[in-house]
Design a binder for this molecule. Structure first.
Ligand SMILES: *Cc1c(COP(=O)(O)O)cnc(C)c1O
Length: 485
């Protein structure tokens, strides 16, 4: 420190609180900074003013908390940079593309199923004015998204279909329409808590239905349901245990047995199958309840999500007997749960792909699911060969078991491979993960046991080059940071 700097520091130390606060720039001074012109054009005057006020508040706290205050020129610079940082930080939080290298194909935090190109195009096409409630043939009003619901019915072999915002909404609407102030019979083994701390029994009760629990945690028989059936019954509900499995001394009637119990047919047998599986996936070892089988077995209503194994946009789909679907569609709650035109368009395209059985090639979810482990290993090798990180990084290819769903398809995994990255300095590993996650596009992997794992089963072919660039950039970034220290 030179003599004059030392003197400056001494004078700062002696600044009184008032003097320190007096050095703070005004909103007008910051707004006048030419470096902020671009930000202002982007966000508008009111937003720029808000960011400016935040920057002053931070500077004020700094002035009060520090042992020595800063000079006004310095503070103005600090505030201007802070406004820019705040702007960048907020933009980073906007919804954007994430390369999913977690290996989890249906990752709830990443928006579950990635959509087929055809579905994306159809959603974009519908986003302007579109014929969502209009028959272009005769120019008359038509039921909302009529073709989508017709395709859903055709696809599942059901008489009719309707669409709401998600599967939880579908169960709520169903019970509100069929079992309000009446009893819904459900097995004790199916009282499930789903993600985000939501408990399905509480969702059911919020619809006004009363739950009549039957059986035990591990075993429930058709006769338990039969005994509970009565005047008060509004619905019989079967719920798939989507996020845990029950093994050992267990028993549960199939949906067909519940249908048989209801011989008079005046109570709806409802099957909440959750994941919306339409194809035989037993060759992958996957044994999820199948929507088509459930309809065939005579379930009155089958409920599932649009964005799990169905592979479409977020939605709750109800298929089944016309009589019950009509009852649901006329319920006032339907109006509060109806989906927008883009969702209907995305579902329509997704139905077309399923109907044509082109899901393994046209739907990213299935394309990634049917990849062999060997395919994934080769992708890993190609990527490693193309990357040339410094010796500060150690990259290996390791085998993995990847779950398909975060919170769905319990215990089920697919054999996969991942890049396992270690850094010479442990601190660099979190830096690498941070740089990847905050990059453009973001890359999300898993940190485990002092390694960063990038599982390539869940990375689309079209994202491969992007991933390579992001990795190269992040490796370089960590090395740079390392040198700066
Ligand atoms: C996932 C799931 C739900 C909730 O579906 P959302 O579409 O996320 O609302 C309800 N029931 C079952 C059986 C599920 O698997």
């Amino acid at each position: 420190m030179s003599d004059s700097q030392a003197k400056d520091a001494g004078s700062k130390q002696s600044m009184s609180v008032q003097e320190r606060l007096r050095s703070l720039p005004s909103v007008t001074q910051i707004l006048a900074a030419s470096q902020l012109t671009g930000v202002g054009e982007e966000v508008g005057h009111d937003e720029l003013r808000r960011l400016t006020q935040l920057s002053i508040a931070a500077a004020r706290a700094g002035q009060l908390g520090a042992t020595d205050g800063s000079e006004s020129v310095e503070l103005l610079d600090q505030c201007v940079s802070r406004v820019k940082q705040l702007f960048v930080a907020e933009r980073r939080q906007s919804l954007g593309h994430v390369i999913n290298a977690t290996g989890v194909l249906l990752h709830t935090n990443l928006g579950r199923a990635p959509l087929a190109d055809k579905a994306r195009e159809r959603m974009s096409r519908a986003s302007g004015y579109c014929n969502v409630e209009l028959d272009l043939q005769d120019g008359k009003r038509s039921p909302r998204g009529e073709r989508t619901t017709q395709l859903l019915a055709r696809l599942t072999g059901a008489e009719a279909a309707l669409v709401v915002n998600n599967c939880a909404a579908a169960t709520m609407l169903t019970l509100a329409a069929l079992s309000r102030d009446r009893e819904t019979i459900i097995s004790r083994s199916q009282l499930v808590e789903i993600g985000g701390g939501f408990r399905l029994p509480e969702v059911f009760e919020a619809s006004g239905a009363m739950l009549r629990e039957v059986g035990t945690t591990n075993r429930t028989y058709a006769r338990d349901y039969a005994r509970a059936l009565g005047e008060e019954t509004g619905a019989i509900l079967k719920v798939h245990r989507s996020n845990f499995s029950l093994d050992g001394f267990v028993a549960e009637p199939a949906i067909g047995e519940l249908v048989e119990l209801n011989a008079s047919n005046d109570i709806a047998v409802v099957d909440d199958v959750g994941s919306g599986c339409l194809h035989d996936l037993s060759s992958l070892g996957l044994n999820e309840p199948n929507v088509i089988e459930s309809v065939k077995a005579g379930a009155d209503l089958v409920l599932f999500s649009g964005d799990k194994l169905f592979g479409g946009p977020q939605a709750g789909i109800v298929v089944g007997k016309q009589r019950w679907i009509s009852q649901l569609s006329q319920h006032p709650m339907m109006r509060a749960m109806r989906v927008d035109k883009c969702t209907l368009a995305g579902l329509e395209a997704t139905c077309e792909i399923h109907l044509a059985k082109r899901h393994p090639t046209e739907m990213p979810l299935y394309e990634m699911m049917v990849r062999t482990a060997e395919d994934v290993r080769m992708r890993c090798e190609t990527l490693v060969a193309r990357l040339s990180p410094s010796s500060a990084f150690d990259i290996r290819i390791v085998s993995q078991q990847s779950p398909i769903g975060g919170g769905t398809l319990p215990g089920f995994t697919l054999p996969s491979f991942a890049l396992q990255i270690a850094t010479r300095h442990p601190k660099d590993l979190s830096k690498l993960a941070d740089l990847l996650r905050t990059g453009e596009p973001a890359v999300l992997g898993r940190v485990s046991d002092g390694h960063l794992l990038l599982d390539l089963r869940s990375v689309l072919d079209a994202e491969f080059e992007g991933l390579e660039d992001c990795l190269a950039e992040a490796f370089a970034g960590v090395s740079l940071l390392g040198e700066a220290l």
